[in-house]
Ligand binder design. Structure first.
Ligand SMILES: NC(=O)C1=CN([C@@H]2O[C@H](COP(=O)(O)OP(=O)(O)OC[C@H]3O[C@@H](n4cnc5c(N)ncnc54)[C@H](O)[C@@H]3O)[C@@H](O)[C@H]2O)[C@@H](O)CC1
Ligand SMILES: [K+]
Length: 484
């Protein structure tokens, strides 16, 4: 089962892996033609009614696979109104190669030629609202015609995510959908074919630019609240700066007053909020919950906190009473398995922390994806396990990041990941945010390594990555992971 939004992401990942959208369109058109052959007697009349998007483009391809029938292709609109380059190219081919193709430019004059089979390719997943003209008139005529109706991807007017049809939508006898079943299609009485169009499994499983698109911030928004520092000072500073570079408006660091000045000294862009003492304690944690809840912050709990008993007790107090979204990292992770929390957690353990939490003990996370999925399921929270290859799972879905360079084993890259994750949690659920953050962090490492002239990145600093994060998030440094 796949939603329209996720389908777009998988499609983008496939393109980054080298399977261009036009190739997928060719497979889709082929699949449509196969179903038409199943329902059409030899020599029968086939009418393709196409819209101006890629749904129509799929059907232009189908026309080429149906030359042995009496096939006519109608475009609802003019050639120059076709919305995408690949659909237009496939329309132009039909003209160049002498197929029977016609533009319908006046819906009042729309009269469908008689046909035995109608291919409904007016609207696919790009639909919004009731059908507008000329599609509305065409749908009425298709529904009134005495022909078998084969719909491309979805019946035109049908919202396959919600399972709802526009009042004036097409009534299909057959639906040929692509790659995977869509949530709403089961509601229909039409016969359903799910066609494999050659999207590589890695486009679903391995993180790519499509996964980033599902969590990409479109506005600068939100506040990150990093609770960290005490024995260490660099970690909270890196996490908070990474959150700022990933789109939050403000990044706060709540830290013991013994180290607050030092943390502020690293970066004037951070708002450091000192509290009394030299480490986090349960009393302080209670106050911090109030602050975080009051401002709807996304919290990062853990960077540089250390593992003093009092501090871990403070982390427990925080987790027990905070109810918002948060990233849990570093020493605070050890508390998560035995705490009841209403907070929405994204846990970011390294391999050692994962094992300590009760997860699998492995050197190669990629070989433990099933165990990590089962562990996330038991834990009841999303887990982003970081290693050479990162693995993210919410207990039902699991993806692998194959971006990054060996030099990212340097200290601090995990703190960046926590900060990026926090910023993306402003825009997406933990699974999508964690997946996108792993991709962004790895890509930033690749870009820095390449700029420094050493592809393995053996001399990079975690802080070198900060400046690259915005460009990676915007997608200007896009490259799918796993294409090597
Ligand atoms: N991975 C993918 O996403 C793939 C998608 N493919 C095809 O691409 C389709 C989606 O293509 P597009 O995004 O171009 O969108 P569509 O082809 O579904 O429709 C877009 C067009 O419909 C118009 N429109 C929107 N709402 C309307 C309404 N209520 N009344 C009348 N016109 C309306 C828009 O202005 C636009 O011109 C899929 O359904 C599928 O058939 C395939 O080529 C295979 C791969
Ligand atoms: K359709």
């Amino acid at each position: 089962m796949i939603t329209g939004e996720r389908m777009g992401a998988v499609d983008e990942n496939a393109a980054a892996l080298g399977v261009a959208r036009k190739q997928l369109m060719e497979s889709s058109g082929n699949a449509i033609a196969r179903v038409v052959r199943e329902v059409a007697d030899p020599g029968s009349r086939i009418l393709i009614v196409a819209g101006r998007g890629n749904n129509g483009g799929d059907a232009f391809v189908a026309a080429r696979f149906l030359d042995d029938y009496d096939t006519t292709t109608l475009l609802l609109g003019r050639e120059d109104a076709i919305g995408t380059g690949i659909a237009r190219e496939n329309w132009v081919v039909l003209g160049e190669a002498g197929y029977d193709r016609r533009e319908v430019t006046d819906s009042r004059a729309l009269e469908l030629p008689d046909a035995d089979v109608v291919v409904d390719a007016m609207l696919g997943t790009g639909i919004s609202g009731e059908l507008r003209e000329p599609a509305a008139t065409a749908a009425r005529e298709i529904n009134a015609a005495d022909a078998t109706v084969v719909s491309v991807d979805v019946p035109s007017g049908f919202d396959a995510d919600e399972g709802e049809s526009a009042d004036n939508g097409v009534e299909a006898d057959h639906v040929v959908t692509f790659h995977d079943e869509k949530p709403g299609l089961a509601e229909l009485s039409a016969e359903l074919t799910v066609a494999d169009i050659g999207i590589p499994a890695a486009a679903e499983r391995v993180l790519g630019p499509g996964d980033l698109a599902l969590a990409r911030p479109d506005t600068r928004e939100g506040r990150a609240f990093v609770i960290g520092g005490g024995p260490y000072t660099g970690a909270p500073a890196l996490a908070a700066q990474a959150a700022l570079r990933s789109g939050v408006e403000l990044a706060f660091v709540a830290a013991p007053d013994t180290v607050a000045g030092e943390i502020q000294g690293y970066a004037e862009d951070l708002i450091v909020q000192p509290y009394d003492g030299d480490r986090l304690t349960p009393d302080r944690a209670e106050e911090l919950v109030e602050t975080a809840e009051g401002y709807d912050d996304v919290v990062v709990l853990g960077p540089g906190l250390g593992n003093a008993e009092e501090t871990l007790e403070g982390a427990r107090v925080f987790l027990e009473s905070y109810t918002g979204p948060m990233v849990v990292d570093a020493d605070a992770l050890s508390i998560v398995p035995d705490v009841e929390t209403e907070a929405t957690l994204l846990c970011t353990p390294n391999r050692a922390e994962l094992a300590e939490m009760g997860g699998p003990e492995v050197t190669d996370l990629r070989e433990a994806t099933d165990e990590i999925e089962a562990f996330a399921d038991d834990l009841g929270h999303t887990v982003l396990a970081k290693g050479v290859d990162d693995v993210v799972s919410d207990g039902e879905r699991t993806r692998v990041a194959r971006v990054g360079v060996p030099g990212m084993a340097v200290g601090g890259t995990g703190d960046l990941l926590a900060g990026i994750s926090a910023a993306l949690l402003e825009h997406a659920e933990p699974f999508e945010a964690g997946a996108a953050a792993a991709y962004v962090n790895g890509r930033a490492g690749e870009v820095v390594a390449s700029e420094q002239g050493d592809e393995s990145g053996l001399g990079i600093y975690a802080s070198d990555l900060l400046e690259e994060i915005p460009r990676v998030i915007r997608g200007e440094a896009g490259r799918v992971s796993g294409d090597d």
